[in-house]
Design a protein around this ligand. Structure first.
Ligand code: ADP
Ligand code: ZN
Length: 653
């Protein structure tokens, strides 16, 4: 019996006579220590445990068995991510691990109302929809990239595929990044299919979660819209997976089980022999490499729907047009905002940095406020002024005196966060209605809906926000987007820095001019000749991606080579140092694999734990997992040392 616990393997239990018909996939209740847990029958025991020591299974639950593809998927993800299968099962049980299901599953899902008539598709849209629909109707494994600019109708097209899947009596899953904030798309699905999809993400209440889980497990819930974790749910009859905004790094989970939701969705499709659709206006290099090699199909929607044109992108060279002192909006951007407000248009200012200022220092002695638990500056936030760490829970009011020199009134805030940009905008445009959209101002989906509704209703003139406002929203009267610091994501030397900056800025730019008025986008940059800025300015996505791919290929970096990271952490720096050295000495010599490190992680201290990391670089076809298993298995780890394995790492923090 596999239990939803991060422990190795399945556990042996006795099968009492009344339950002699138990089969793999059955949900059962078993005693475990002093608890009763829900688990899943995984198979016959090997018989190497003394039966006298075994406890009996307590009961079989009235839930349809976990289908075979779902079980194979669990084992596959465990092997790929090098996690215990029980940790994957825990995700399948949807966080209900400790509370066995007592209730009988309810029969019906949400009653269906009349679905809205689908729009008449353009010839390109219709062709793409027909191709997808055929794949769904035929069944069988396939992966298709739906590649189209923002506003080209990707959602409309994949809705056709969903309709075909539902018509076949199968379940469809739509994975979205940061779904808690994506309210508009839910209303759209509800209208289109006449029934509200089951929602699955961390913000959903326990009772809704339980209801959805049962509907998914029994097959009565046809459509599920969720965050990456929804992929692991026990679908009774899954027929289609859509991964919208497939390039988004929000699909990558970086705690517990480290996995990429898009990649796991492709694996799930393969194991279950069902089609997978990856939709994006800025596809990842990984996906494009798979298209190029013929493993994935591609459908292209080249135009915005209804003749809306893509926005006009202008680079503002900050050297040539510097903002005034202690200001961050350059004169050209200020005049564009002025003009937009005069014409009753809406505007957005984008800065991917929460809070008021990323660094506070004392003018008297130069003291900089740093987090006591992390190697990071404390970020100033407004309201009553506070200093917060963005990596741990540390948060304190700004003290009156400098902790180093006792000086009073000498604090100086360096650089802007969104709150400071909103302050500047308020000073410059006292009559404009300004709102701030960051994870600090919108804690839940209700707050997000309110803000989005206010924006749609024209009650906001200027929205200032971080990347959470870059996603999918559709504001017809939004005609100006200003990017305060387009260079921000390029710093840091991350493998995907340029790719991500391009994707994010392209996405932000795509918010603008989605109806009849042509949108304008201004990017403030200190590097106007950088390939990312040039590509954005002339709209040459493919040229940029080609150059980026060529560079990755040259250095055998993903998607043309493989990476894995091993992160060691411990509250004790000395012990951590020893373990790092021991591991470095134990690296097995293997062709086509190089181990780099150990080196201090960029966040060398995180939540009070010191961190060192190894990077493993290998050829594309190498089985990294076997190598890592052998290597880590040859070293003994002290208890205080935590080892995290990140196959295909996306961040290098
Ligand atoms: P994408 O997902 O590519 O950003 P959407 O599917 O959201 O594009 O389409 C953008 C907007 O255009 C939406 O409001 C959508 O309803 C509308 N739209 C797209 N295609 C059509 C069509 N064929 N007829 C009517 N409206 C359409
Ligand atoms: Zn911290």
């Amino acid at each position: 019996v596999l239990l939803p616990l991060p422990l190795t393997g399945a556990f042996d239990y006795l099968c009492p006579a009344p339950l002699s018909d138990l089969a793999p996939g059955d949900f059962v209740e078993v005693p475990f220590g002093r608890k009763t847990l829900t688990g899943v029958v995984w198979g016959h025991a090997r018989g190497d445990v003394d039966p006298a020591k075994l406890k009996p299974i307590l009961a079989k639950l009235e839930i349809p068995p976990l289908p075979a593809p779902q079980r194979r998927f669990t084992d596959w993800v465990a092997a790929y991510t090098m996690s215990p299968p029980g940790a994957i099962l825990k995700m399948a049980l949807g966080g209900q691990a400790w509370k066995p299901f007592k209730r009988k599953p309810k029969g019906a899902g949400t009653p269906a109302s009349n679905p809205a008539a689908p729009p008449t598709l353009s010839p390109e849209q219709a062709a793409a929809a027909a191709a997808l629909t055929q794949k769904v109707t035929q069944g069988g494994a396939s992966v298709t990239l739906l590649d189209g600019v923002t506003g080209s109708g990707k959602t409309e097209v994949y809705c056709e595929a969903i309709a075909a899947c539902l018509a076949k009596g199968q379940q469809a899953l739509v994975l979205l990044p940061e779904i808690a904030l994506t309210t508009q798309i839910l209303d759209r699905f509800t209208a289109r299919f006449g029934t509200a999809p089951a929602l699955w993400h961390s913000d959903v209440s326990d009772s809704t979660r339980r209801h959805s889980w049962l509907g998914i497990a029994t097959g009565t819930t046809p459509l599920v819209v969720g965050a990456r974790s929804a992929l692991f749910l026990p679908y009774q009859n899954l027929g289609l997976i859509i991964v919208d905004e497939e390039h988004e790094s929000a699909f990558k989970q970086e705690d517990g089980v480290f996995y990429h939701g898009r990649d796991m969705a492709v694996a799930r499709g393969h194991i279950g022999q069902i089609p997978v659709v990856l939709a994006s206006a800025t596809p990842s290099l990984e996906t494009l490499a798979n298209v190029e090699s013929g493993r994935y199909d591609r459908l292209v929607l080249p135009q915005r729907h209804g003749g809306a044109v893509l926005p006009d992108v202008t680079l503002i060279d900050l050297c040539a047009h510097p903002p005034e002192r202690q200001s961050w909006l350059s004169p050209p951007l200020v005049s564009a905002l002025t003009q937009t407000f005069a014409d009753q248009g809406q505007a957005m200012l984008f800065l991917n940095r929460r809070g008021y200022a990323p660094l506070t220092l004392c003018r008297a002695c130069g003291h900089r406020f740093q987090c006591p638990n992390c190697s990071a500056w404390l970020v100033a936030h407004q309201g009553p002024p506070r200093l917060k760490c963005h990596h741990c829970d540390y948060s304190n009011p700004l003290p009156k005196h400098c902790p180093a020199c006792q000086a009073e009134g000498q604090f100086f805030a360096c650089g802007p966060g969104v709150e400071r940009i909103a302050e500047e905008a308020t000073r410059r445009f006292p009559n404009a209605r300004i709102a701030v959209m960051t994870s600090d101002t919108i804690e839940d989906s209700a707050a997000a809906s309110r803000l989005i509704a206010a924006m749609e209703a024209g009650e906001i003139d200027l929205l200032v926000g971080t990347q959470i406002m870059a996603k999918g929203h559709n504001f017809p009267n939004l005609v100006l987007v200003g990017v305060v610091d387009a260079d921000l994501g390029l710093a840091g030397g991350d493998l995907r820095a340029a790719e991500r900056t391009f994707q994010l800025l392209q996405q932000v730019a795509g918010r603008s001019g989605r109806s009849t008025r042509r949108g304008r986008v201004f990017l403030q940059t200190l590097q106007p000749t950088h390939p990312v800025m040039q590509a954005l300015a002339i709209g040459d996505r493919d040229g940029f991606l080609r150059a980026e791919a060529a560079e990755r290929r040259l250095y055998a970096m993903p998607p043309f080579g493989r990476l894995a990271a091993i992160i060691l952490s411990s509250p004790d720096a000395a012990i951590l140092g020893h373990v790092g050295e021991a591991l470095a000495k134990a690296v097995p010599a293997t062709p086509d694999i190089r181990v780099l490190g150990p080196a201090d992680a960029p966040l060398a201290l995180l939540r009070g734990r010191h961190r060192r990391r190894f990077l493993i670089k290998a050829g594309k076809t190498v089985r990294l997992q076997n190598f890592i298993q052998t290597w880590l298995g040859s070293v003994r780890f002290p208890r205080s040392v935590r080892v995290q394995i990140d196959i295909d790492p996306y961040s290098f923090f």
